[in-house]
Design a protein around this ligand. Sequence first.
Ligand SMILES: Cc1cc2nc3c(=O)[nH]c(=O)nc-3n(C[C@H](O)[C@H](O)[C@H](O)COP(=O)(O)OP(=O)(O)OC[C@H]3O[C@@H](n4cnc5c(N)ncnc54)[C@H](O)[C@@H]3O)c2cc1C
Ligand code: SF4
Ligand code: SF4
Length: 397
Amino acid sequence: MVWAPAVKAAAPRDLCTDCGVSRSSDPKQCGHACQFIKPDYAALEAHVHGRARDPRRTDEIFFGPFRRMVRASLAPPRMGAQWTGIATRIGERLLETGAVDAVLTMAPDPCDKWKPVPVLVTSAEGMSQCRGMRMGYAPLLEPARARGFKRIAVIGIPCQVYALRLLEARLGFEKLYVVGTPCSDNTTTENFHAFLNLLSDQPDTIAYLEFRADYHVELRFSDGRVREIPFLKLPISKLPPDFFPMTCRTCVDYTNVLADITVGYMGGQGEQWLLVRNQRGEELLGLLGDEVRISKPESAGKRAGSVEGFLKNVELAAGGLPLRSMPNWLRPIVGWLMPKIGPRGLEFARARVEMKAIETVLHLRRQYPQRVKNMVPAHVWALVKPYGIESGSDERP
Ligand SMILES: Cc1cc2nc3c(=O)[nH]c(=O)nc-3n(C[C@H](O)[C@H](O)[C@H](O)COP(=O)(O)OP(=O)(O)OC[C@H]3O[C@@H](n4cnc5c(N)ncnc54)[C@H](O)[C@@H]3O)c2cc1C
Ligand code: SF4
Ligand code: SF4
């Protein structure tokens, strides 16, 4: 069964992705539960995973604490999934084995397939309705309190998982499993429709969209057609400067560092990319048995030039969208070259995490300088330092 509980109206908040806390009976909890106010990642990472990031395991500086990192794919891939369906299959297995009473996640709005709606799923068959990615925000956490389920799993994006971890003790679960996906460049569902309108003269027939790690956007249409567009040829210059809300430009957690397991694709070179972060994460991956094929992630290319170029473009854009300063004739050539010589695999994931950290600091300095001190955690300062960005004396707590 898939159940979409009614939720109260959201309280007005600046820098808010409507994770659900402002709709609860105690909206003041936003003050300490919000990623955008005064997050304490170091303490929460140590609490959830039993230890802080270990700087000697260099990739933890980028991706947060993890026990192991793997490339993975479900065989066969699940219909309608964003990649192969690992995230929702874990939810199915938890329900099939009776490990949880409900899975809290997002389903598509019946009137708009791109709009997320929070649902509690109580039977394994219901999970298939939740497959795939939707663009937008919806109050995932408010239904967590509904019906008083004590053993639940949550599949969510980083800003939702931060608030969940902060409130976990108060929610009084007996068992909580957290499957996180990475997240970047989210926007409102309305904005996303405007983007789809630029990509096709029949936007309603677009059934799938993904920004792949090989520098292409993949579009799938309802008649089975597939189109791949190199990033450099996307109509970004036609989007308004505020296409991405300030929340997603200043978000400090790309890889969902507080999840038990992160299920993404960035470091997977065409496959999925999993970060098993703690013992519960091992249990979750174990539930998939031999349905999942696993291999070692690889890494190629060098990211420094791409990240430096990105930094320059963000600075030049002065708060707008970072467009590449490149003549049109060069775009197809560079678009063809990037998947071959640009950073790939784990190096691509590291590059994306550094780019996001750069955006966070530059956008906050420009638009919310008073927030830098409390909102930018130490791990973000460490990521931007190699690119000459350091915190001023008034920018550290
Ligand atoms: C806005 C957004 C941006 C993302 N950006 C990246 C990225 O840059 N790099 C990367 O590696 N991965 C990113 N992801 C995750 C990626 O799209 C896949 O969800 C992930 O790889 C899991 O694939 P899957 O086939 O296992 O998922 P599926 O089995 O298809 O399940 C997808 C799960 O995501 C949930 N979901 C879908 N839309 C939303 C939403 N708007 N809010 C909250 N939950 C949602 C669904 O409810 C479902 O539980 C992003 C996800 C979102 C929602
Ligand atoms: S994102 Fe969540 S915690 Fe933050 S202000 Fe919005 S509702 Fe509150
Ligand atoms: S980019 Fe960050 S703030 Fe925006 S929806 Fe994703 S996790 Fe939330």
